[in-house]
Design a protein around this ligand. Structure first.
Ligand SMILES: NCC(=O)CCC(=O)O
Length: 335
């Protein structure tokens, strides 16, 4: 596209900024509740609500309260909720078998939400780290993260989640070949309409710190995730990963983290035009919340500006811990 600009005074950009009406008419991007996916943390018990110190305002909820959260999200018009389990350390093993237990915490939460609020889309996390005594997203042998054995485990995990009623599976593990294997298994088992949102461009980022506290993974993890997550210095590699995952059967693709990687989101959307998502991760949330709680920034305005930045970069929607707060602000006309 060629942009035409006449010299001032023929063109005066301030003409279209002079009133709210003219600014609204010339606004290029929009943010609505349809653009939000709410990640939530589920834990065992009943009536349990447990604050997460490094993510002020975010709590781990037992399944009964997760259902209430899903009802709240649906009432606010948020289209999807994404479940992350806080697994009892006693259930974490080296073979990660709890990951494909049909009655594990995540699968119980999927069933409970779909029974109570069928209209909300339920997204899952497909990775072994919540169930792994080693804290890694994949099976570990002699300190090596095993790719193909992990893919087999992820397929079993995916089928259990699809069986429980998940609408969108979110493989966040970054093993090679898991999208094709999951897609073939879903087709074979009759789950033809279960969508896959690939965490295709997931970077080995320091912004995930608070999340690992939230799911209780910080203690277990030995070493780092650099042999499977992406090098933050790379962007061509992200495009190749996205193309590979789309070819293998991903319906939706994600870039993660969000704000430090807006350039990647933009390249992905303009290159492939596929449904594109970002994860505004725990560290991004914590930075905004902490500054707001200290009175250093206007928390709501910064939150909405950060979410609009994702839309401007090319996201169709954003996974954000701010989802209910953002929805309330948008309903109040503060967008
Ligand atoms: N697989 C999900 C995550 O790793 C989330 C990271 C975050 O919110 O920091």
């Amino acid at each position: 596209m060629r942009l035409t600009v006449a010299p001032t005074p023929t063109s005066r950009f301030r003409r279209l900024r002079k009133s709210a009406a003219l600014r609204a008419l010339s606004q290029e991007n929009t943010l609505s509740v349809n653009d939000l996916i709410w990640p939530v943390f589920v834990r065992d018990g009943n009536g349990v609500r447990e604050p997460i110190a490094s993510m002020p305002g975010v709590e781990r909820l037992s399944v009964d309260l997760i259902v209430k959260a899903a009802e709240e999200a649906a009432a606010l018009g948020i289209p999807a909720i994404c479940l992350f389990p806080y697994t009892d350390p006693a259930l974490k093993t080296d073979d990660c078998a709890e990951a494909w237990n049909p009655d594990n915490l995540a699968n119980r939460a999927i069933r409970a939400i779909k029974a109570a609020v069928p209209e909300i889309a339920v997204m899952t996390d497909v990775a072994l780290d919540p169930y792994n005594a080693q804290g890694h997203d994949g099976l570990v042998r002699d300190g090596i993260i095993l790719n193909d054995e992990t893919v087999e485990a992820l397929v079993k995990m995916s089928l259990a989640q699809a069986e429980a009623g998940a609408d969108i599976l979110g493989p966040s593990d970054m093993m090679d070949g898991r999208i094709g294997a999951m897609r073939a298994a879903l087709e074979g088992a009759g789950h033809k309409d279960v969508a896959i949102m690939s965490y295709a461009a997931k970077y080995a980022s320091a912004f995930y710190g608070p999340f690992r506290d939230a799911v209780g993974a910080s203690g277990a993890l030995k070493g780092d995730k650099k042999t499977y997550q992406m090098n933050p210095a790379n962007s061509d590699e992200a495009l190749r990963l996205i193309e590979r995952d789309l070819t293998e059967g991903a319906d939706m693709v994600m870039v993660k983290p969000g704000m430090p990687y807006l350039d990647i989101i933009h390249r992905v959307k303009t290159t492939f035009g596929a449904p594109t998502y970002a994860y505004q991760v725990s560290g991004e949330y914590a930075m905004i919340r902490a500054a707001a709680l200290n009175g250093w920034i206007d928390g709501d305005r910064v939150m909405l500006e950060s979410l609009m930045a994702f839309r401007r970069a090319g996201c169709d929607a954003v996974l954000t811990y701010f989802a209910p707060q953002a929805a309330r602000a948008l309903h109040a006309g503060r967008g």
